[in-house]
Design a protein. Structure first.
Length: 267
């Protein structure tokens, strides 16, 4: 525009459209194509009930299959967030997770991650209702994981959506708890059944007394609010034992099981 109207201009590396923005747009295009080609796949990671040592449910984690490579969500989710396209990914994941729930009764319950963008999309609720009906899946087999940032941007709107999905029978969990802001206030206001303690507090729990104090504090508050606790990133038996002593209900991590395709889970 600086060059005046009605002039054509070929972009080069020095242009304002930064490399980062271009990369985001590329990813958004790639994901749109992947949705069309059905190249977004789900891996499932078991979540154990600590006291009974039984699998309680599974978390669905998205991956992109591209030219025989598997690309992790950390690569493309930030780009999709920037482009405002997370609702597309979320709906694809919900739809796939529901077809798996229909096909695999062994998948007792599945936790599905929802982004802030996906969550604030008004078409989300009717979409979920439609898919549950189409595949005859009971809503009580779904737990939605919301990060604090997803749930917190607009607390009253969030409460309304959670209430509606809860009325269908879905459960809610606050993901990555402890990494956001104003955590205890929101914890008090959100009708979620469980709190997932962020993995950064768990990985080194056996050696870090500050982490231990924080995990105990989160457990106490969650417990006082009648919410179950889940620990992610459980990488060894020592950490699992500490969590059991504290009273944390569920554990997830490489020590207990890696995310994998559903056919290898139940082979
Ligand atoms: P998250 O929801 O907190 O998921 C847990 C992440 O930790 C997963 O990474 C999982 O593979 C990894 N993990 C599991 N056990 C361990 C462990 O013992 N140690 C360590 N270091 N890591 C472990 P992943 O699959 O790469 O996903 C990263 C994040 O991307 C997720 O974090 C979630 O925020 C987002 N995400 C993944 N799938 C979806 C999805 O379908 N929809 C949305 N909206 N977000 C998703
Ligand atoms: Mg999660
Ligand atoms: Mg998490
Ligand atoms: Mg996490």
């Amino acid at each position: 525009k600086k060059m005046g109207r009605n002039t054509a201009h070929i972009y080069n590396q020095n242009d304002v459209l930064s490399k980062e923005l271009q990369a985001s747009m590329e990813w958004a295009r790639t994901i749109h194509q992947a949705v069309a080609d059905d190249n977004l796949i789900l891996h499932f990671q078991p979540i154990y009930h600590i006291a009974s040592k039984q699998i309680a449910y599974y978390e669905a984690l998205v991956r992109l299959e591209l030219d025989d490579k598997i690309i992790m969500p950390g690569e493309f989710i930030p780009a999709l967030e920037r482009e405002g396209d997370m609702n597309l990914l979320d709906r694809q994941v919900i739809s796939k997770a529901i077809t798996y729930l229909a096909d695999y009764p062994q998948l007792t319950q599945v936790a599905i991650n929802l982004s802030a963008q996906g969550f604030s999309d008004e078409r989300l609720l009717p979409f979920i209702e439609e898919k549950l009906l189409e595949y005859q899946v009971n809503a009580n087999r779904i737990i939605f994981e919301l990060t604090e940032s997803a749930s917190l941007s607009n607390i009253s709107a969030t409460q309304v959506i959670i209430e509606k999905l809860s009325n269908l029978g879905c459960a809610f969990s606050i993901d990555d708890f402890g990494t956001g802001f104003s955590t205890f206030t929101y914890l008090k206001q959100l009708p979620a059944q469980s709190v997932k303690i962020d993995g950064s507090f768990i990985v080194d729990l056996a050696n870090n007394s500050v982490d231990l104090a924080l995990v105990k504090a989160i457990y106490e508050v969650a417990n006082a609010l009648d919410k179950k606790t889940v620990a992610e990133f459980v990488e060894n038996e020592q950490v699992l034992n500490i969590l059991a002593d504290i009273g944390v209900t569920y554990a997830q991590g490489y020590h207990l099981g890696k995310p994998q395709a559903v056919d290898t889970l139940f082979e």
